[in-house]
Ligand binder design. Sequence first.
Ligand SMILES: [Zn+2]
Length: 424
Amino acid sequence: MQITRPPSSIASITPRTSTPVLSLSSNPRRIFNLTSFQNSNHAFKISHKSQSGFSNPVLAAMRSEDGAEVDDAFYMRKSVELAKRAIGCTSPNPMVGCVIVKDGEIVGEGFHPKAGQPHAEVFALRDAGDLAENATAYVSLEPCNHYGRTPPCTEALIKAKVKRVVIGMVDPNPIVFSSGISRLKDAGIDVTVGVEEELCKKMNEGFTHRMLTGKPLLALRYSISVNGCFVDKIGEGALDTGGYYSKLLQEYDAIILSSSFFDKLPSISSKEDTNVSIQPIQIIVASNAQQSPIVASSNTVEESGPKVVLFTAKELVAESETSSSGVETVVLEKINLDSILDYCYQRGLCNVLLDLRGNIKDLEVLLRDGLEQKLLQKVVIEVLPEWNTKDERQVASMEWLESKHLKDLQCKQSGGSVLLEGYF
Ligand SMILES: [Zn+2]
């Protein structure tokens, strides 16, 4: 078992050893599965001949009769589509897609595959080659204007002599914020900002939240029956390919689960077929010895499985030393949501899911913290096609909390269930 020194910003954590906290880049699983990207630039280039262009009837329909006019929103949606090919892989960076359009034809496409790799604009410009000159670049997020691990994309766009840049949303990163737009304008490039802005913002809501607040976006998930009873399960097919739960596991960088899931962790993995098989970090919370089957477990977490991090309270450390191998343990003075989110932030995570299943008494304190301290931003509720006579709610009443009005409540069908999604 590895016990990790928590980040220094977590004041209430007591480190057990001097092992430094792992950064995202030192997570071997997340890196290992991405090596295919590192050796072949072609992995990010999507030939416009086969994927887009005039052979696409939808694109053709977007053009005006003289064939000269193009639809900015259409190409921005295409950029978003490209960006999402790296869903779940880019944290702490945002997902970004870019298409280069010349004379009404897509001549270059690219997306940002992961932190440390070139940005979407670089791949798209490389794909377009000389055709980028006098073309329009559509990019879902404002191009960067600073030297980070890669040179600024503004310079790449200027050097390629693009005529116009269409931007989905301004970069919330304070070191970029609008300076990319200014740099392009100063170079004489025509810049349009805010095309399909809501779509672009929604795609990177976790990145934006992390950038603005210093914490990852936290979403709560649970299931209820049609008569409003809490139900401790997910719907049939939810964890299969295309199921909503499988997709959530793809979208989120970490999932917080009750300790009663410890023996079932390998089964909680996304089945989505993507470029890379990347799974969220599984955070298990053991708040006291009675609630924690982990301390008595002799199981070993599979090396090849998702990364498992156990958060435990200080008084449990003696017992937890006898627990399973392959688990990183973080010891807190007292279990609290703020420290767990700080840990996730330090690891570069943008999106965290708190899943109310199993022995949810383990998670009661996190739920209370989330509501009381306004650390919960989002909720996903599965309404199962069931009428239950028993409410399986195990958490104490929180009637003392002020009632909340959810924003942007939306619903969709998933298998036999209905999903509700809204924001606090
Ligand atoms: Zn860039």
